[in-house]
Design a protein around this ligand. Structure first.
Ligand code: BG6
Length: 485
């Protein structure tokens, strides 16, 4: 279904996010006929580029990031026609009259301003947009993460943006919410009676959320070293996954209904204090090792100086509510792990009593694995009888759904869905101000607890599942990480 015609202004138009994610996402939506032919994508950055030069850069980017077999003949040229460019200093004074003139040509378009820049500039860009009269009822502003680096800086950004945009026009992106499997989690939980009835502390033993990447910090070391795994992944992506797993049923799918429920989960997270931080968290930093059979250097060697920034974090978290009392959530994320793997594992309790002979294979408790990547899908592990006349022997078997195989279609990138939602004005899959701030308040408690005990992160070889203490963190409780792939 086509969205309304729009003029989308992308600040940071020559940056990595625009090249790798935004342009390919817009290209796919255009190719599928969802973007009306009267729409424009206006790149904005300080570089003095002609429109033609910007289109050539975009052509190169699309050839790099969209597989050739996905491009229908002629569509690339047609798409590039919709690209425009203005050299403008988002946080300064240069170039604004050109942008104003361009937008004035078509005042009735939906007008998303995508800020793919450093968060330090969000406030200044927004003030400029207001000062130049560019904000109207059909405008929206899209903010990339990270929104700040702690609660204080997040509030300052939210205040500055909130001075000129009402909350309904602010779209804070967490691209994990645009992933198909993450949305499927809502379908799984709230469109199936079988799961919702079992979603309680009586039946669930614990939950694990893993987001593992094989990449290191690559060219982003400058940013990453001021951030670390807690700020880069846990405060946002992983807490959002936790919210969708743990929240109560929203009244409906309206933005505020869903966000109200997520907020309650964030508020119920038990802060981690200096007393328990050593027991319930592990910080790691990758050292030299091998990933996919290739030798790779360590974080410090790549960075070129000493650093205590963590590239891995694992923690045990409590959601203080009736539903989740006594059910730990084990969270972990890291760079340079053996596989790119993101999954939520819901581990059910063991059957209370066995009628089977003691030499039966075992009574593995049921497990539901919701896989975000690779091969998005779901797997429910159930006990079955081992076939054959050998007696009543049990073995675990999978009820396995691979979404790609089942639905036989390309799985759109998260940004495709999210960008179209911005144009539609649907904020259900975006974070509200209070969510971001409560998540930061929790992350701040952990940062403070770490700060109170300034041990260096533990080294782990690249290509491993993190420091051994992360294994001990869960094994102390008589449980193990799910590591099968
Ligand atoms: C980003 C982080 O938000 O998410 C990156 O800043 C990380 O460090 C990326 O690599 C992971 O996203 P995905 O979609 O590849 O899992």
């Amino acid at each position: 279904i086509p969205v309304a015609s729009f003029d989308c202004v992308v600040f940071g138009a020559t940056g990595d996010l625009t090249t790798r994610k935004l342009l390919p996402a817009l290209f796919y939506r255009f190719q599928d006929g969802q973007i009306p032919g009267t729409s424009r994508i206006i790149g904005a950055s300080r570089s003095e580029l002609t429109v033609e030069a910007f289109r050539e850069r975009a052509r190169d980017a699309l050839k790099r990031f969209v597989p050739a077999q996905d491009m229908k003949p002629g569509v690339l040229d047609a798409f590039l026609e919709h690209l425009d460019y203005v050299a403008v200093d988002g946080s300064g004074e240069e170039g604004w009259t050109d942008l104003v003139a361009k937008l004035a040509e078509r005042p009735d378009q939906v007008r998303p301003f995508y800020l793919a820049t450093s968060p330090d500039l969000y406030g200044a860009i927004c003030r400029n947009l207001a000062a130049h009269g560019l904000i109207g009822e059909r405008s929206r502003v899209v903010l990339e993460k990270p929104i700040g680096k702690d609660l204080k800086s997040a509030r300052a950004i939210n205040d500055a943006v909130g001075e000129v945009f009402p909350e309904e026009q602010i779209f804070r992106i967490d691209h994990y919410l645009g992933k198909e499997t993450v949305q499927n989690l809502l379908a799984l939980r709230f469109a199936n009676t079988i799961f919702d009835r079992l979603w309680t502390a009586d039946v669930i033993d614990h939950v694990q959320i893993t987001v593992a990447e094989t990449v290191g910090v690559e060219a982003r070391a400058g940013y990453y070293d001021t951030s670390g795994a807690l700020r880069d992944m846990l405060q946002n992506h992983i807490l959002q996954l936790l919210c969708l797993t743990a929240m109560e049923s929203p009244l409906n799918l309206d933005a505020n209904s869903v966000r109200d429920e997520k907020l309650k989960v964030l508020r119920a997270l038990k802060p981690i204090t200096a007393q328990d931080v050593q027991q319930v968290t592990v910080r790691g930093q990758y050292a030299a090792g091998a990933v996919d059979g290739q030798p790779v250097g360590g974080y410090l060697a790549e960075l070129g100086h000493e650093s205590r920034t963590e590239t891995f974090v694992a923690c045990k978290v409590e959601v203080q509510s009736w539903r989740w009392a006594g059910v730990p959530f084990y969270l972990r994320t890291g760079k340079r792990m053996p596989n790119k793997l993101s999954e939520i594992v819901v581990q059910f309790r063991a059957a209370p009593f066995s009628i089977f002979p003691s030499d039966a294979f075992g009574r593995e408790p049921n497990r539901l694995v919701i896989r975000l990547q690779p091969q998005e899908g779901m797997k429910l592990e159930v006990m079955t009888k081992d076939p054959g006349p050998g007696g009543m022997r049990l073995r675990p078997t999978n009820l396995d759904i691979s979404f790609e195989e089942t639905f036989k279609q390309r799985y759109p990138d998260a940004y495709e869905r999210l960008l179209m939602d911005v144009v539609r004005g649907n904020a259900t899959l975006f974070m509200r101000r209070d969510e971001v701030e409560v998540a930061w308040a929790w992350a701040d408690s952990l940062l403070k607890a770490w700060g109170d005990r300034p041990e260096a992160p533990r080294p782990y070889p690249s290509g491993s599942w993190g420091p051994t203490s992360a294994i001990a963190l869960i094994e102390r409780d008589g449980r193990t990480w799910h590591e099968e792939i």
